[in-house]
Design a protein around this ligand. Structure first.
Ligand code: DGY
Length: 464
């Protein structure tokens, strides 16, 4: 931020001395426009995403969206980050954000907005150490992921993909009383591991829609899931032993890695199904393949994989998907609805705009890092000024901007007219903006001073 101000002043000074001095006031408007253009914050989006957020970002920022097909390669990402001083990075769960990436981005980077609720692709500590805010996209995808979880439960329990494959091969010759017998949901027990936002929606759909009993396990009890889905807290062993469907909704952490392993699978009923729409590494893959091959559980439905995007970590195990019928897979598409993906796009963009405006983002992950530390008092100082002089309450840069719009000469009158240097001193001591001070000092009339400072503050606000 400090560096940016230095550049900004440097730039403005070039204009001021080389051009502006010749015909200062006639060119001022034009120069300010140039400066605004040059100083619009820069945002890099690592892949084409639904347009709602991109369009919003474009109203206030210069936005580069990677045009590569598929995920951006690490090499390309590093190259792009080094090529411009980006203020914000909107990235995907397939982009690993670590020291090397942050170093390439440099000190201008203020926010990494992940286009996902999970953020296991981001080195939070590295971001926090550099004062970079990290945000994610929770809530907007709850319904999509929950509905997909239920779809997977149905797909595996009613053997839909298996029957589909069979029928497409031309095998359907007539109704069969014993064909593709599956399992009903009604009255069965659902075990939710990780009773957060998504787990709670899955529990509610299954309890209210299918009359399922719900058990849940988490590090803490969650009264909300108990109330929403008549869920009962259970220890892990009880949940695994009693559930007909076990659905995973925990984040990928050191503590959740391989939390479903041989021991846990052995506790499950032979007739039970395991569903994973959380993160692949939560299940120890070999243990699951062993359980499926030996039919110690009835089946599994997976949207996520331990070695994603590989479906299995060991290539020689790949045939598991061709010779086993008791597994259903989808390629990490649980949040793939237009509503969720547009919502994720919008939320990521709103987080970026908030941080660039010096405000708290909506869904910050590294909450120990305060936006205030980045914006370094500009709003506070300006707010104090406006409140003291005009009784205007200004809480953030956007409000400061609209406060400025509303001000006319007379509201500045009191201060500027009475003692121009007083106002100049305020600018010097609080906003610490040399260009503003220079403009004020050059102003010949009160009106020129007022306009100059209004424009200058606007430029600064846009630049932030
Ligand atoms: C997430 O958001 O973390 C999902 O895995 C992708 O939507």
């Amino acid at each position: 931020m400090v560096k940016k101000n230095v550049n900004k002043d440097f730039l403005y000074n070039i204009f001021s001395t080389k051009i502006l001095t010749k015909n200062l006031y006639t060119h001022r408007q034009h120069l300010i426009k140039i400066e605004v253009m040059l100083l619009r914050p820069k945002v890099l989006v690592t892949r084409k995403i639904p347009d709602r957020g991109i369009n919003f970002l474009k109203t206030q920022c210069d936005v580069d969206v990677s045009q590569q097909n598929g995920s951006i390669s690490r090499k390309e990402l590093l190259k792009k980050l080094k090529s411009k001083k980006y203020d914000a990075l909107l990235c995907l769960l397939t982009d690993k954000i670590d020291d090397e990436i942050l170093d390439a981005a440099g000190s201008n980077l203020k926010i990494v907005a992940n286009y996902a609720v999970g953020f296991d692709n981001i080195d939070l500590k590295a971001c926090t150490e550099r004062g970079v805010i990290v945000t994610n996209t929770p809530n907007v995808l709850n319904q999509a992921v929950a509905e997909h979880t239920v779809a997977l439960m149905m797909a595996i329990a009613r053997r839909i993909p298996e029957a589909d494959k069979w029928a497409r091969k031309g095998n359907y010759k007539g109704w069969d009383p014993n064909g593709f017998i599956g399992t009903e949901f009604n009255g069965k027990t659902l075990g939710i591991i990780g009773a957060g936002r998504i787990g709670t929606v899955v529990a509610r759909i299954c309890n209210k829609g299918f009359n399922m009993k719900v058990l849940y396990h988490d590090i803490n009890k969650n009264p909300f899931i108990e109330q929403e889905a008549n869920a009962r807290f259970a220890d892990m062993a009880t949940l695994l032993r009693e559930s007909d469907f076990v659905s995973l909704h925990v984040p990928a952490l050191e503590s959740t890695k391989h939390m479903i392993n041989h021991k846990e699978l052995a506790m499950m009923k032979k007739t039970a199904y395991l569903i994973n729409t959380a993160r692949g590494p939560v299940i120890q893959e070999d243990a699951l393949l062993h359980a499926l091959e030996n039919k110690t559980i009835a089946g599994a439905a997976l949207d996520v994989f331990e070695c994603e995007p590989k479906l299995v970590c060991h290539p020689n195990e790949y045939q598991i998907f061709t010779h086993l019928d008791n597994i259903v897979i989808s390629p990490h598409i649980a949040s793939a609805t237009i509503e969720a993906r547009q919502g994720m796009s919008e939320l990521a963009a709103k987080n970026i705009i908030a941080v660039l405006n010096g405000e708290m983002p909506i869904t910050q992950v590294n909450t120990d890092l305060k936006v205030n530390a980045i914006k370094k008092g500009i709003v506070t100082d300006a707010a104090n000024y406006f409140y003291a002089r005009n009784g205007m309450v200004v809480k953030n840069l956007t409000e400061l901007q609209s406060a400025l719009e509303k001000m006319d000469d007379s509201t500045f009158n009191f201060h500027v007219n009475a003692n121009k240097n007083d106002f100049v001193n305020w600018i010097r001591n609080t906003i610490k903006d040399q260009v503003a001070v220079a403009l004020l000092e050059k102003a010949k009339t009160r009106s020129q001073a007022v306009n100059a400072i209004k424009h200058r503050l606007k430029v600064m606000i846009v630049a932030y």
